[in-house]
Design a protein around this ligand. Structure first.
Ligand SMILES: Nc1nc2c(ncn2[C@@H]2O[C@H](COP(=O)(O)OP(=O)(O)OP(=O)(O)O)[C@@H](O)[C@H]2O)c(=O)[nH]1
Ligand SMILES: [Mg+2]
Length: 391
């Protein structure tokens, strides 16, 4: 459902009765766990004041809350005293539909005495906005989650060869959106032997460099647990649920992003200690998932932080993510400034300072490959935004 339609549907209470009941959801994070910052508390009280003045809403009916679930566009909001379903105020629809709250948004919500349902009146400024372009460079920006501290990029091992390019792309998008990024290599039990595992890990680490944490895990590893833990140790990366948990300590909000079937919900179930989230098998033919997860929801991990489970990503186009690219590949971007030609693609041009870095062994070839592919896509999409403009 589009954000606009979801907004309309939620405003009119369409099918709200069919939504899953919140009462039995023990894994929803509480307001205290989500802990608004001092700045958010301040912004909220300013907004409450202006909503009371401008729209005549009783200030006592307004409070600060965090959107913890979206089911078919219908939000659930955690406030200090309760977690409840909410609709969107009319002012959030229409031309401003892009400002509809996402999971993780802090909102000012109105709840009249005796009402089960709240009304989201205003969305607070976002600290980060994990978004993707839907439909290529002329599409729309879709917020997947707001105010996320760290993106866990999930990539399955043991099926098709591990796609370093896909992982690097997700890391670039995460950094561009204002979040940190870590890589979680799932399904490690499917690799044929420790040698394959070490190859995959070293390609990922070469491409991403020291700045990005990489951990591996497996939910079906009982028989090979020791072997895989040993291989992870040799590869110099964290292993298992504890290593994943450490990426999202208490007080931190994360999100798992990855293709359908990457094992995102299975991983979260393992961290939760029970099967809270729906999972389903992948297609044998091509290892693709079946888009099992359909709602965006936060779960609170015992002894750790809060993570958003997401539907699998069908695509993650790069459009104007240059800032993210420069954060993930700082030394490549710096070297590129020294190339003889301004439009150097770092493939075979004379006077290419980036190739010189690779030849000197200061930038791994795998890292340059990842950079080149992402930069080339960004050049193409930049041209596609408005073909009448030459950059
Ligand atoms: N062998 C093995 N299979 C796993 C592992 N983790 C998940 N799976 C299987 O992979 C399939 C897909 O897992 P899900 O957790 O549903 O994947 P998902 O990423 O949440 O997929 P979507 O919700 O569609 O985006 C299921 O059959 C899981 O049992 C693992 O570590 N090892
Ligand atoms: Mg899932």
């Amino acid at each position: 459902m589009s954000a606009r339609r979801a907004g309309r549907a939620a405003r009119h209470g369409e099918a709200a009765g069919a939504l899953p009941a919140l009462s039995g959801m023990s894994d929803l994070p509480s307001f205290d766990e989500l802990a608004p910052t001092a700045g958010q508390l301040e912004e909220c009280s300013a907004l409450v004041g202006s909503l009371a003045r401008m729209r005549g809403i009783a200030a006592g009916e307004l409070s600060l809350g965090c959107v913890v679930r979206l089911d078919r566009g219908f939000p659930a909001v955690a406030c200090a005293d309760a977690t409840f379903r909410a609709e969107h105020a009319t002012s959030l629809a229409g031309p401003a539909a892009g400002l509809l709250p996402a999971v993780g948004d802090w909102v000012v919500v109105r709840r009249a005495p005796g009402h089960d349902m709240g009304v989201i009146e205003q969305v607070l400024a976002r600290k980060s906005d994990i978004a993707r372009w839907r439909g290529g460079s002329r599409g729309e920006r879709q917020t997947l989650a707001a105010n996320v501290d760290v993106v866990l990029v999930a990539q399955a091992l043991g099926g098709r060869p591990v796609s370093v390019g896909r992982i690097a792309r997700s890391v670039v998008v995460a950094r561009d959106c204002g979040a940190d990024a870590s890589v979680v290599l799932t399904k490690a039990d499917r690799v044929a032997h420790a040698g394959c595992f070490l190859d995959d890990v070293s390609r990922v680490r070469d491409a991403l460099g020291e700045g990005v944490d990489v951990v591996a895990c497996a939910s079906g590893a009982a028989a090979r647990g020791d072997e895989l833990a040993g291989a992870a140790r040799r590869a110099g990366i964290g292993w298992g649920d504890e290593a994943v948990r450490a990426l999202v300590p208490a007080g931190v909000v994360g999100i798992v992003l990855g293709e359908s079937g990457a094992g995102k919900s299975t991983l979260l179930n393992s961290l939760l200690g029970h099967a809270a989230l729906e999972t389903a098998g992948v297609r044998e033919r091509d290892d693709a998932g079946r888009h099992t997860t359909v709602c965006r929801r936060m779960v609170s991990l015992p002894g750790a932080g809060v993570v958003v489970d997401e539907p699998g990503l069908r695509s993650l186009p790069l459009v104007g993510h240059e800032h993210g690219l420069s954060l993930v590949f700082p030394e490549v971007c710096e070297a590129a400034a020294g190339c003889r030609f301004r439009d150097c693609t770092h493939t075979s041009e004379p006077g290419c300072a980036v190739l010189a870095e690779v030849a000197a062994g200061r930038v791994p070839a795998e890292r340059l490959d990842a950079y080149r592919a992402l930069a080339a896509e960004m050049r193409d999409s930049r041209q596609g935004i408005d073909p009448d403009v030459t950059l």
